[in-house]
Design a protein around this ligand. Structure first.
Ligand SMILES: [Zn+2]
Length: 243
């Protein structure tokens, strides 16, 4: 009774008139959903705390085995307002949250996923491409589809020239032609490797040293989608914005 947890709002869907079903990745209970009564009306005190991509404190009555709960209160702790002032940033936040929704299991506590998403959302404003790449690399490790970035994934040679999404990592010039590889620049290879090796604790150093681009995000997304079979609405939206 009277349980309280911090959580990141992944999505917020109209449920009945003025009510919403709010999907939240919580610190203590994993991904759960709240039925938030009246939250779509302007006067609702809980509305700010149920806004997508914010971090809020939720109070409710937890029951073992359940994953949907009536919401008592939601108090916003981190509005991440900058995300809502820039359509590009907002769409990247949508991508990070949709990915988190897909890889998390309802009601299973995943504190590392929570921390990775929290970091990624907080760093988006500073460098959207670097933040996305670090999150995607973390996610590749989390779901067990880590790319090979220390040698050619086919023959083991340490001089590499390209990335093969299908084979699962770097390929050398000898293996490149039968590995359905992408045409890569040296920067593409460096960024792909650096993101795979680094974490959010290295963010500031990486930001000073490298200029990540949308192309880096695209390569990491192609890799993740190919090896997991996931389909994402937010990624389709980003494509239409960026092209
Ligand atoms: Zn090779």
């Amino acid at each position: 009774m009277n349980d309280v947890t911090e959580g990141i709002v992944l999505s917020n869907m109209e449920y009945r008139e003025k009510d919403a079903l709010v999907s939240v990745l919580t610190k203590d209970f994993g991904r759960i959903a709240f039925v938030a009564k009246g939250v779509l009306s302007i006067q609702s005190k809980n509305a700010p705390g149920c806004t997508p991509y914010t971090t809020s404190e939720f109070s409710f009555d937890y029951k073992e085995g359940k994953t949907v709960f009536p919401l008592k209160t939601a108090k916003m702790n981190n509005s991440r307002r900058a995300l809502r002032e820039d359509l590009d940033l907002l769409s990247f936040a949508g991508l990070l949250c949709e990915l988190s929704e897909k890889v998390s299991e309802q009601g299973i506590k995943e504190i590392e996923l929570y921390e990775a998403l929290d970091n990624a959302l907080n760093f988006l404003k500073q460098d959207r491409y670097l933040s996305c790449c670090l999150f995607l690399a973390w996610l590749q490790r989390f779901v067990g589809v880590e790319p090979v970035v220390d040698q050619c994934v086919i023959c083991g040679k340490t001089t590499v020239s390209s990335i093969s999404i299908k084979e699962g990592g770097f390929v050398c010039s000898g293996c490149q032609h039968h590995a359905a590889s992408k045409n890569c620049t040296l920067d593409d290879l460096i960024h792909f490797r650096v993101a795979s090796k680094a974490g959010f604790e290295h963010f500031d150093i990486l930001q000073k040293k490298y200029v990540f681009s949308f192309n880096d995000v695209r390569i990491m997304m192609d890799f993740l989608l190919h090896h997991t079979g996931m389909r994402l609405h937010s990624w389709t939206l980003i494509h239409s914005l960026m092209d």
